[in-house]
Design a protein around this ligand. Structure first.
Ligand SMILES: *Cc1c(COP(=O)(O)O)cnc(C)c1O
Length: 383
């Protein structure tokens, strides 16, 4: 039986050649490829500084640290996200505060952000769900009024645009975080990055990536050339040359990957338009989506059959997935005192959402197979 996952990497001969070259070179970890990848990310997004790290989660963590998020602070984020967006606040001893989503995109509702702001609020982590950008100008206006830092979780949105400007540019935020996990727009295996236009944040980010070590702005200047200082408590979140050379090679193909994703999404749009079983994603007028996911939302009356529908899709060889369980419903979060009912729209979204296969290397045959099987199953399950 054919197996079609909801997302997967696209690795070509060109990628293999680059990785092989690095493996045979003098530098397999902290060599020239990291800087070259970071420069490529800056060129692509127009951000001034990029710090590549070992994962998107590590990137969120050091962004939160660089922002100065600490115990006693509150950080507003979306419940419809991967757990890492909220965990970044917990890592720093801060409390994640969840603002409900808007139905149309599954993104955090800007009006609801305002209602969650208290004296303790330090930052907002908006998530561009499924690759569809949040309304960044609105979020920036709220942040400015309340003196808050914005860290975009752009893990779904490399290649997306907001009002014609690339996500990651940090035009409307302090930092933006990327992931290069295999299901994301481009991959380095595991990997992530923080983008920023602030030199101050950048200096901190590179220190937090590497144990808080530095050779600049030394407190003791009397020492020799061997000398370095640990000025912060940092981590080993370093990425390697083996990974970043793959990233460089993948970055060259990013635009073609996004074009392919959008073409498949457009095919789905046409095939599913006006169907009576589920709603499909739509771009807002300001948005150019990266279509990391193609989320379908079952009509309310069919929510009770989601489980059956899902397992039947899986049984037919589709690696469908649900994005996401509202973060605060996770057992760990419940033990911290969060409870069901906190974000009703997010909970309703979760109960009806399914991500169907979407990745650049899908063949025309795969795409039609998805459409036909999906609509056929709808007919039989949602009677
Ligand atoms: C993938 C992802 C992350 C974390 O990335 P990793 O590279 O897997 O650590 C964070 N936030 C969102 C929204 C993601 O999709």
């Amino acid at each position: 039986m054919r197996y079609i996952p909801y997302g997967r990497q696209s690795i070509g001969q060109d990628d293999l050649r680059e990785v092989t070259k690095v493996l045979k070179s003098d530098w397999i970890t902290q060599g020239p490829k990291i800087k070259e990848f970071e420069e490529g990310l800056c060129r692509y997004t127009q951000a001034k500084y990029a710090t590549a790290v070992s994962s998107g989660t590590a990137a969120l963590h050091i962004a939160a640290l660089a922002a100065g998020i600490k115990q006693g602070d509150e950080v507003i984020t979306s419940p419809i996200t991967f757990v890492a967006s909220a965990n970044a606040a917990l890592y720093c001893g801060a409390r994640p505060v969840f603002a409900d989503i808007e139905k149309a995109t599954g993104n955090i509702d800007t009006e609801k952000i305002s209602r969650k702001i208290t004296k303790k609020t330090k930052a907002i982590i908006p998530v561009h769900f499924a690759g569809h950008p949040c309304d960044l100008e609105k979020i920036k206006a709220i942040a400015k009024k309340n003196n808050l830092i914005i860290i975009e979780d752009a893990c779904h949105a490399l290649g997306a645009e907001y009002k014609g400007i690339k996500i990651g540019s940090c035009r409307h935020s302090d930092m933006a975080v990327l992931s290069f996990h295999p299901v994301k727009a481009i991959t380095t295996g595991e990997g992530g990055a923080v983008l920023t236009n602030s030199k101050d944040y950048y200096k901190k980010l590179i220190m937090f990536r590497n144990h808080g070590l530095t050779k600049e702005n030394l407190e003791d200047t009397s020492q020799g050339d061997w000398y370095y200082e640990m000025q912060y408590l940092g981590y080993n979140y370093r990425i390697t040359d083996i990974q970043t050379c793959l990233g460089i090679s993948q970055l060259k193909k990013l635009d073609s990957f996004i074009r392919k994703r959008r073409k498949i999404a457009a095919f789905y749009d046409r095939a599913f338009k006006g169907n009576g079983y589920f709603d499909i994603p739509a771009e807002k007028e300001y948005a150019f989506s990266a279509y990391h996911l193609y989320p379908i939302i079952l009509k309310k009356v069919y929510a009770c059959k989601r489980k059956e529908f899902f397992s039947k899709m899986r049984a037919r060889g589709f690696g469908v997935q649900v994005h996401y369980i509202p973060v605060y419903l996770q057992p760990y979060y419940k033990r911290l005192g969060y409870a069901a009912g906190l974000c009703p729209l997010a909970e309703s979204f979760y109960n009806r959402q399914i991500s169907i296969p979407l990745y650049p290397s899908m063949s025309g045959k795969d795409i039609k197979y998805v459409v036909n099987t999906l609509l056929g199953l709808c007919k039989s399950v949602f009677k």
